[in-house]
Write a protein that binds this ligand. Structure first.
Ligand SMILES: [Zn+2]
Ligand SMILES: [Zn+2]
Length: 649
């Protein structure tokens, strides 16, 4: 048993791995030197040797078998060890309570290799909804290990959950691996036992058939999504000396498009690297699933990889373009959020959701650049970029929630709005705005305003580079987790003002912490573009029909700030007559077109089958079509700024 227990080094895992293994006691003694005086007498903070064993002996059961082996130090005061399942995992901010899929938790002593011994089970106490306590009792044999084991059910192909079935294992560690309480920072080893003919691949795979991995801590292990199966492919390319793996598991036809996928990814990597400079890693892994089930879709960023799941097959129309769109976003995260990060995003407390005001920067500005980079990589033309930007602006400016929720508040609401399941009905559709779309809109406006203010000498690119340099590369390490330190909302605002060469606090007050729409027209004018908006309809009533109803107009959604709401109408009401005219999913637009704002109209409707009437006072337009187009009369200077923006100069 001792023979297989790999000891993991502190600062340089690889280097340590190459050295001969030290005896456990020597290892523990050497770690003492690295610890602060405060640790003495507190066995809980003394680093432990931790190794994870992952098995999947019955793939069709969807049950991963996890054993956590811990070398327990000889310390009379240490009476128990707590093992905890995180409530959520980084990158998706909803609370999922992964503990709900844990079963058959056990603990025993490890049996030394070569000896025939029967080891007694240790007592396990469930402490709370996410924590199990292994009582060490009489566990005091020098050099022996605790084996804490459990099974975890996993049958979701996603960027957050995991899946084990007869076809493959796809692993996101946060949903599978418990950490030791107070020891999340300790180095860990991982050994994976896979079914015959299955192969393991992740960002740390260095050779074929590798099954042993070393990580500096639990966070990095769970930041390394892993694919295990018989039929994935691995293509490779290099950009500026770095190796990129394109791992694809296709569950549908590829239509011979894989070479095009690899080619276009390379263009994205070049465009984004051109902005940021060379990334920190030696190799990076794009891990794709073409699920071909019409529903599974996700993208998740990691330090040296991304997991992207598309609902269709690569051969499908537009699938290549949609995949590249996801990849352009996720790869930008290599810098923005995975390394340059808001203060609250790492290391994490997994007993409660993360609360940060910075997701509009981490996600929204990433979304902006994900689109812009496709233009800089020459995969999109100008019109395609403008259309993508306008889509996001439309989502923000036409939503009732954007009048109530700021970009910072949206970030703080992430645990509720980032794919969170809701058992109770909520009003979030009317009260929230996406930090992706709002952040993208703010990113665009900030970028163009800075370019205008500085006559093209600076841009949002400079803001992001300065932030990366100051907070990631140059700041002293604030914790065991990664380089540098996280930034605050105020740090970002300060750097924007520095780069813009003028005080931008009013912008942040009104458009980032406030709900006032950012100055789109002014921003677009800086680069010789026009920002146009036209009403979607001449009058507003504020209702949308229920898609599932073809014959009757049943209210599917209703704006709280609309004439319909003021008249007392509600979701589920069926409108029969509008000013005496039949009101149906087919006729309603024609009927509404006969009126103008201010008209008072009698509405007959059914509520729970009961006929009722009310009077609606039609309002001025609340929803618009937006457009960004070239201004043919733009100055030469503005046109030059546009060329620089679109091409990354
Ligand atoms: Zn797979
Ligand atoms: Zn993202």
């Amino acid at each position: 048993m001792l023979g297989y227990f790999s000891i993991v080094g502190y600062a340089d895992v690889k280097l340590y791995f190459m050295k001969k293994l030290k005896p456990i006691t020597a290892y523990l003694a050497s770690t003492l030197l690295l610890l602060t005086a405060g640790f003495v007498g507190n066995a809980q903070t003394q680093p432990l040797q931790i190794k994870y064993w992952l098995g999947m002996s019955q793939p069709s059961s969807h049950l991963f078998e996890v054993t956590i082996e811990v070398a327990v130090p000889e310390d009379e005061k240490l009476r128990s060890l707590d093992f905890q399942m995180p409530k959520w995992s980084p990158g998706r901010y909803a609370v999922f309570d992964f503990a709900k899929n844990v079963q058959e938790v056990k603990a025993r002593e490890a049996c030394p290799a070569g000896l025939d011994c029967t080891t007694p089970n240790l007592t396990i106490t469930r402490v709370d909804d996410q924590t199990w306590r292994a009582e060490l009792g009489s566990f005091r044999h020098a050099g022996m290990s605790l084996m804490f084991s459990y099974k975890v059910f996993a049958n979701d192909l996603s960027g957050t959950f995991s899946q084990l079935d007869a076809h493959h294992a796809n692993l996101n560690g946060g949903s599978i691996f418990m950490y030791l309480v107070n020891h999340k920072q300790d180095p860990v080893a991982l050994s994976i036992n896979v079914p015959k003919s299955w192969h393991i691949v992740n960002a740390r795979t260095e050779r074929k058939d590798q099954s042993e991995y070393q990580f500096p801590n639990w966070d990095i292990m769970t930041d390394t999504p892993t694919e295990i199966g018989a039929d994935w492919t691995d293509d490779e390319f290099k950009v500026e000396g770095k190796t990129y793996h394109v791992v694809v598991h296709s569950l549908g036809k590829e239509g011979a498009k894989r070479p095009a996928l690899v080619r276009d990814l390379q263009k994205i990597v070049r465009a984004e690297t051109a902005m940021w400079g060379p990334p920190e890693f030696d190799s990076y892994t794009f891990l794709f699933h073409f699920a071909n089930d019409g529903k599974s879709g996700d993208g998740m960023e990691h330090l040296a990889s991304t997991q992207i799941i598309m609902p269709g097959a690569l051969a499908d129309k537009d699938m290549l373009e949609e995949t590249i769109d996801s990849a352009a976003h996720e790869f930008f995260h290599v810098w923005n959020v995975k390394r340059l990060r808001p203060l609250e995003l790492g290391p994490w407390d997994f007993t409660r959701p993360a609360n940060t005001r910075g997701l509009w920067i981490a996600e929204g500005i990433t979304n902006y650049y994900g689109h812009l980079m496709q233009r800089r990589a020459a995969l999109w033309n100008d019109q395609r970029l403008f259309a993508a930007l306008v889509d996001q602006i439309t989502e923000v400016e036409n939503s009732a929630g954007s009048k109530l929720m700021s970009a910072e508040e949206s970030s703080l609401s992430a645990p509720f709005i980032d794919d969170a399941p809701h058992a109770q009905q909520t009003n979030l559709a009317n009260t929230s705005v996406s930090y992706y779309a709002k952040g993208e809109a703010l990113g665009l406006v900030l970028d163009l305003l800075i370019r205008g203010k500085t006559n093209g000498k600076a841009s949002l690119d400079d803001v992001m580079r300065r932030m990366y340099e100051e907070f990631y590369l140059k700041s002293p390490n604030a914790s065991y987790y990664l380089r540098g330190r996280g930034y605050t909302a105020e740090d970002f605002e300060k750097v924007v003002s520095q780069i813009a060469g003028s005080d931008m606090s009013e912008f942040f007050k009104r458009h980032v912490r406030g709900v006032e729409p950012p100055p789109y027209e002014e921003a677009c004018a800086q680069v010789g573009l026009r920002f146009l908006r036209t009403p979607q309809a001449p009058v507003t009533i504020g209702i949308v029909g229920d898609d599932s109803e073809e014959i009757n107009f049943k209210i599917g959604s209703l704006r709280p700030d609309s004439p319909a709401a003021a008249a007392g109408l509600q979701v589920g009401d069926v409108i029969t007559l509008f000013g005496g005219n039949r009101f149906t999913p087919l006729s309603y637009l024609k009927v509404l077109a006969r009126y103008k704002p201010g008209d008072r109209v009698q509405v007959n409707f059914l509520r729970g089958g009961r006929p009722l009437t009310t009077t609606v006072t039609l309002g001025t337009p609340q929803v618009f079509n937006f457009r960004i187009e070239e201004n043919p009369n733009a100055s030469t200077e503005a046109k030059a700024l546009r060329v620089a923006w679109l091409n990354g100069r």
